[in-house]
Each structure stands twice: as C-alpha cells, then as structure tokens.
Ligand binder design. Sequence first.
Ligand code: ZN
Length: 168
Amino acid sequence: MKGTKKYSPKTTKKAIDTYKDPYLPKQGPHDMAVCKKCHTVYHNKRWAINEVLYQKKKENKKTLLILCPACQKIRDRYAEGFVILKGDYLKEHKKDILNLIKNEEERAMGYNPLERIIEIKDKGSIVDITTTHEKLAQRIGRKMHKACQGDLKIKMTQDRVTRVVWER
Ligand SMILES: [Zn+2]
C-alpha cells in the first residue's frame, strides 16, 4: 500500500524525528571510535566526555581515531547557532559576560559534548558567537537574559539553525 503510507501521520512524524545531523557518522553506531582532538568517546550510541574510557579505548587496535562531529564542525566553521550580543552594558561588562558564556559552554558539554562554541568575535560593542549546535546558542541567550536581563530574541528555523540576539 505505497499510496496510503505517504499520508499517515506516523510517517510524517518519523520523517521529522529522523532528520540527520550531516556530521553524525553515516554508518550505524560504532562503539570503537574516539576523537583524537578533544578525546570524546563514542559509547552507548552517544558521544561522551570520559578521559578514562578514552585512554582505554585508544589502546585497543580496533578503535578508530577520528574527529568527532563537533570537532569537524569547528574545523569547517559549520555553525548551527548564531548569537549576537550588543549594547553599552555588554561593553562595560565584557570580561564577565565572556566568562559567563565560556562557563555555559562547559555546562552544555556536560549534557552533550557536541555543543561547542566555534568562534567568539569581539567587535567592541558587538560580540558575534557561532556554535556547533543550535541548542548552545539558545542556552547562551537564556543565560544572558537570566544573568543580565536585557532584550532577548531567539529565532529558530526549520533547518536546525537558531539565531539569537541579546541586547542591553
Ligand atoms: Zn572532538
């Protein structure tokens, strides 16, 4: 019944759920892969930060030494999150705010090691940040709003890109 399958709600939902990150490994789960750059480990179908496990897997000859999806995105500057911070308050509290953002990245990596900052461009009264994952851009925006109030706009698009603008 090819004709009806197309219109069933289940198929539609599945199509959304299975949207693949272009940087995730194309083959099924490979439990013997580690990132040679940041030492994240592919384990139990997800990437995790675990230095002990990294050392253990690295010694195994079957282990693939690769670049994890986050390190590939950083290398290619492939961003899914774009954050713009601006305003006089930003300028006056730049150092504290940049620390806050770096702490938020570390916290996010505890949940998902693939959420990283690609680049922070300090242009004076504007700071541009790009991230490997849209979630991290959202986290940074919410953190800024929580810690420093100001105006926050979060715009998510269908192609897994989030644009965040915070101003104070
Ligand atoms: Zn990596």
